[in-house]
Design a protein around this ligand. Structure first.
Ligand SMILES: O=c1[nH]cc([C@@H]2O[C@H](COP(=O)(O)O)[C@@H](O)[C@H]2O)c(=O)[nH]1
Ligand SMILES: [Mg+2]
Length: 230
């Protein structure tokens, strides 16, 4: 078999469960527009999945913005407060998370967001869905996560929170970002990638499996319980 069976599942959040990537693009573009700059998709691909400070630093350097990291973060936060509370879900995310919960498959959240940013995105509309995650790891605010994606730290920390301490090869990761896929592979885990449709196919080759929507995912490929009717 092409894929190895797993017992535990880790989910990324932004762009995978929540449709927040388009909101990051709006917020970042609004800030850089004041300086006549463009937040290109190519630059976005480098930032996606990295920690908030690293992302700000990379963007400031790439666009040569006359701002400090703190100023950039303060300005984008003002935008986030307006945009994030009404984010919608990505197709198939609710069904898949509820499916694993129903079948008692251990799941965890491994997001590069801070805990503060998580609450802004989740509390208003999605609190009951996210309550199905018994543990969550916030890459931009958890002191145990030393380095952001593409480093493996966040997935190793998240896996260590399962009470039965699975080995990396027992864990399956769901990711949308290149940095997230690299992080999962570096952690020794298989990874299902659901990339932005704009992304060039050549950038998805490190994933174990690439699908265009979580709606397509067939859990039995990885030894997990199938959906009814499959
Ligand atoms: O357009 C962007 N998308 C995403 C990010 C970064 O990626 C993180 C989301 O990563 P994840 O999918 O791991 O939750 C955000 O918190 C932010 O730090 C960014 O800077 N710019
Ligand atoms: Mg993501």
């Amino acid at each position: 078999m092409e894929f190895k069976p797993v017992t535990h599942v880790l989910f990324d959040m932004d762009g995978l469960i929540l449709n927040t990537e388009k909101l990051y693009t709006i917020a970042f573009q609004n800030v850089v527009s004041r300086f006549g700059k463009e937040y290109t998709f190519e630059l976005k691909l480098k930032l996606m999945g990295t920690q908030a400070h690293e992302a700000a630093q990379t963007l400031i350097e790439a666009l040569n913005l006359p701002m400090t990291v703190e100023e950039f973060i303060t300005e984008t936060k003002e935008q986030f407060q307006i945009l994030f509370p009404d984010t919608d879900l990505m197709p198939g995310a609710k069904r898949l998370i509820e499916h694993f919960h129903k079948h008692k498959i251990p799941i965890g959240l491994a997001t590069s967001s801070s805990e503060e940013s998580y609450h802004l995105k989740v509390d208003k509309h999605h609190a009951s869905l996210f309550s199905l995650f018994p543990h969550k790891t916030f890459g931009s605010s958890d002191p145990d996560v030393k380095r952001g994606k593409p480093h493996p730290d966040i997935f190793l920390v998240a896996a260590s929170k399962f009470p039965d301490r699975p080995k990396p090869e027992q864990c399956l990761v769901f990711e949308d970002a290149i940095n997230g896929v690299k992080a999962a592979r570096a952690a020794g885990m298989q990874v299902v990638m659901v990339p932005d449709p704009q992304m060039d196919k050549s950038l998805t080759t490190e994933a174990t499996l690439v699908i265009s929507s979580l709606e397509e995912f067939q859990p039995q490929l990885f030894g997990l319980p199938p959906f009814d009717g499959n």
